[in-house]
Design a protein around this ligand. Structure first.
Ligand code: ADP
Ligand code: ASP
Ligand code: MG
Length: 812
């Protein structure tokens, strides 16, 4: 004998029920089968919604009932022909009874647990009857009312099974039953008086296990809409996968902590008889699914992660509890007398506080009861009034062999910490089958994904990017990611997704990763953005390993980095403004980055994609110290002075540099030397010196009038006006056989930038195009400097520098 249970979605409509019948036909070829079914689709929800509506407005209740009727009549129409008349008669009379109950609720304005149980039982009564008759059209099948077999106490909505009576009922019925297939409704039961009771929401799994145990079935199969019990809820963790085998205890822990795929009490009856449970997918019957058994073939120390939302923490706290026995007894007694379920317990070893987790719906009542129980101690100030904290969630990491491994809880909590998930309370059962933590509900998705990555996905790391600024650099950056994604996934086991993008007007988010072929269109159709709304969206999307990328040159954007870092979101930027702002601000960003374990990387602030800052960091971290830096750091100025001579106008050369993408959007920032000053400032700071932009002497070559222009148009006009001035500068250098280079120097704590005449024997003399060069003179390189040279401007190399920073974060 086998027992097969089919859940609500497996029997949601005629098409699905056909799949169920095919599975049952196949399974019943070799042996007898008991089939336990849930109500069709969302019928139980609808039945309850109608009952609650009936209290207020009978028309609404009847409208909902109409939807229920339509679904059931449609299934009969589609699947039953020979016995249709008889089936319709029974179903219609059941639905009429149901309608009368709703009318009764409306008239009496009363909806007791007893009535709720009765109303909700109609889902399984109807579904099992209809499916049994549909099955009988194809093979030998009969219907049996579950209510007549499963006997319980009087707790109508969460009834406790009397196994002695129930097992007798089941065995004596099946002993006489000759049919190959028997279809029973799950979830429903009755008390000694014969009144309808129910086994709790999701209880059909439990019914099936009760039958399987009573009948000593060879296997219990739970057929549902996913191919097994997953490493985490697949709707929340995209990377979750089915667990091939798992023990009864582990499955019980996972379901107790929220893995809805199995109703928690289900395991117990099957465990007692050691009946293997297989979870399978009705829509993919070939898939082996998950086997729950005594000795699973699975050596993973962590088997799964689950969570429960809408938890409240109730804390009993006060010096008056120390050393005095009985506080916890009274606490638990009070809650259990009122049937308030305790999901989680911790007690600090100082005995100064006891903390329990309960469902949020019970929290207010629990507080009231406990304040009452402890009123004397509270009045005498021995303990504080009960503290309730709402909107929490519990996450649990489950695995029987966790106890044999050291450091798993360390891994769990450091992974959560790295992703800025605040842990409010911790419990580890002494059996060490699970470690659970209470966190804010808003962090649940992130926490689950973090832990899933930690314990199940070491091999592929995910990085989620939020990109602001999709102009020159941003566009190339997105193109490079698009091009490299596959390579990174296959070779570096790195899965990079761009989740959000924004320009100054619009933003667009896709939590599954933006399609980078079509991002322009998506952004165009995106929603209006501000820095604040973008930030809020990033936080709300709550992704792990998040990186904020600033591809703008905008001061306001540079001011939001700290808010990201404080959320443990790394920041990568090609915008120099933050690192070149006040030293205090630069230092704060570095400190916040360390404190919140979020990288703050800005390699492209100096020399675009050239590895200048990274090299400098490596020198400093390995104990070297910098004495002097000499550098040509402006790709734009280099381009300008390499192309400017007595045959070209200064204006045209600058315009060409801008057109090639070698300048900042405001070219005056380059030409005035401010950009170079910012770069040497950043290098000096990264070398460990406290220095401000005002400390850098800037020997500017632009005439005062040009420096004072307010927009690009005036700026260019003024260049034309001063052509003579620029020609003089060129002539002076040319007469000495020198070339003009805009040089930045940092010597023993002091920095300067300015135009210099470079003679032919100097390493700077042959610098071409928009190339940059940096000479580091350090303890280890005192005379022959460490030289870094190469293309130092342009959108492509800058984008690749940003990309390199992203990879650095991934490798951290
Ligand atoms: P049924 O109607 O068949 O009883 P349920 O909706 O009760 O199905 O349970 C199946 C659902 O459980 C899945 O669709 C999935 O969303 C959810 N679920 C939660 N945690 C897990 C998990 N760890 N593994 C598989 N499914 C899970
Ligand atoms: N139909 C019931 C419910 O929705 C029982 C079940 O499907 O397991 O809760
Ligand atoms: Mg279920």
């Amino acid at each position: 004998m086998k027992v097969l249970k089919f859940g609500g979605s497996s029997v949601a409509n005629s098409e699905n029920i056909k799949k169920v019948l095919a599975i049952v036909a196949n399974a019943s070829k070799e042996q007898k089968v008991a089939v336990v079914v849930s109500a069709f689709g969302k019928t139980t929800d609808n039945l309850l919604a109608a009952a609650n509506s009936a209290l207020v407005d009978i028309t609404i209740a009847k409208n909902i009932l109409e939807t229920i009727k339509e679904l059931h009549y449609q299934v009969i129409d589609d699947l039953i022909s020979s016995q249709k008349k008889e089936v319709l008669e029974v179903v219609t009379s059941l639905l009429d009874r149901l309608c009368s109950i709703y009318e009764g609720v409306f008239l009496l304005q009363e909806l007791s647990d007893k009535t709720i149980a009765k109303v909700s039982s109609f889902g399984e009564r109807l579904s099992s009857f209809i499916i049994a008759n549909a099955a009988n059209e194809l093979f030998d099948a009969a219907h049996k009312e579950s209510k007549a077999l499963i006997s319980t106490n009087n707790e109508y909505l969460n009834a406790q099974v009397n196994f002695k009576i129930t097992n007798q009922n089941i065995t004596s019925f099946f002993d006489k039953n000759k049919h190959q297939v028997t279809v029973l409704g799950g979830f429903i039961s009755s008390n000694i008086k014969g009144e309808t009771t129910t086994l709790g929401r999701g209880g059909s799994d439990f019914s099936a296990s009760i039958y399987a145990a009573a009948l000593n079935a060879v296997e219990l199969q739970i057929w549902t809409d996913v191919p097994g019990m997953f490493t985490a809820n697949p709707r929340v963790v995209k990377q979750a996968y089915p667990i091939s085998e798992i023990s009864y205890e582990e499955a019980m822990e996972l379901s107790h902590f929220g893995a809805k795929v199995l109703y928690p009490p289900t395991i117990q009856p099957s465990l007692r008889k050691e009946i293997p449970i297989r979870i399978k997918n009705t829509f993919d019957p070939e898939n082996v699914g998950t086997l729950i058994c005594n000795n699973p073939n699975n050596s993973d120390e962590v088997k799964g992660i689950s969570h429960i939302e809408d938890i409240s923490l109730i804390t009993l706290e006060g010096g008056g509890m120390i050393g005095i026995p009985g506080f916890s007894k009274r606490l638990f007694e009070t809650l259990s007398l009122e049937k308030i379920n305790i999901v989680f317990i911790t007690q600090a070893s100082s005995e100064h506080s006891i903390c329990v987790g309960v469902y949020q719906d019970d929290a207010a009542k629990a507080k009231e009861l406990l304040d009452d129980t402890f009123s004397i101690e509270i009045d005498r100030k021995k303990i504080k009034p009960i503290i309730v904290e709402n909107d929490l969630a519990i996450i649990a990491v489950v695995g029987e062999s966790m106890k044999n491994y050291q450091g798993l809880s360390g891994q769990m909590f450091s992974a959560l910490g790295r992703n800025n998930v605040n842990v409010r309370a911790i419990a580890q059962g002494s059996s060490e089958k699970n470690i659970s933590a209470v966190i804010n509900k808003s962090n649940a998705k992130k926490a689950l994904n973090t832990l899933h990555e930690q314990f199940f996905e070491e091999k592929t790391k995910q990085l989620n990017l939020f990109v602001t600024g999709v102009g020159n650099v941003g566009e190339r950056f997105l193109a490079q990611i698009q091009q490299q994604r596959k390579f990174l996934k296959e070779n570096l086991k790195l899965n990079i997704k761009v989740i959000g993008i924004a320009n100054s007007r619009k933003m667009f988010f896709d939590n599954d990763g933006i399609d980078l072929e079509n991002w322009k269109k998506s952004l165009e159709n995106g929603e209006p953005t501000t820095l604040k709304s973008f930030h809020e969206k990033v936080i709300a999307s709550n992704h792990i390993n998040s990186v904020f990328i600033d591809n703008t040159a905008n001061e306001e954007v540079s001011e939001v980095y700290e808010t990201y870092l404080r959320e443990s979101i790394s920041v990568v930027t090609c915008n120099k403004i933050a690192c070149a702002s006040s030293f205090d601000n630069y230092k704060t960003l570095k400190q916040v980055s360390r404190k919140y374990n979020a990288s703050f990387l800005f390699e492209t602030n100096v020399g675009a994609g050239l590895p200048i800052i990274d090299t400098l960091k490596n020198l400093i971290n390995s104990g070297d110290s910098v004495h002097k830096i000499q550098a040509v750091l402006s790709g734009s100025l280099n381009f300008v002075f390499n192309n400017f001579n007595d045959k070209a106008t200064f204006h045209d050369v600058v315009a060409a540099a801008q057109k090639e993408g070698y300048t900042e959007p405001d070219p005056k920032i380059d030409l005035s030397g401010v950009d170079v000053a910012r770069k040497i400032l950043i290098l000096a700071r990264e070398s460990g010196y406290k220095i401000e932009l005002e400390d850098i002497s800037n020997n500017a070559f632009l005439p005062e009038e040009t420096l004072n222009t307010k927009n690009n148009e005036d700026f260019y006009a003024s260049l034309t006006k001063s052509e003579g001035h620029f020609q003089n500068i060129y002539k002076e250098a040319n007469d000495k056989d020198c070339r003009l280079k805009y040089v930045a120097e940092f010597i023993n704590g002091k920095a300067n930038v300015g135009l210099q005449h470079i003679a032919s024997d100097h390493p700077f003399y042959n610098l071409e195009g928009s190339d940059n060069i940096v000479l580091f003179f350090t303890d280890r390189y005192p005379e022959n400097p460490l030289i870094i040279k190469g293309a130092g401007a342009g959108a492509d190399v800058t984008a690749s520098g940003i990309f390199a920073d992203v990879i650095r974060i991934a490798n951290k």
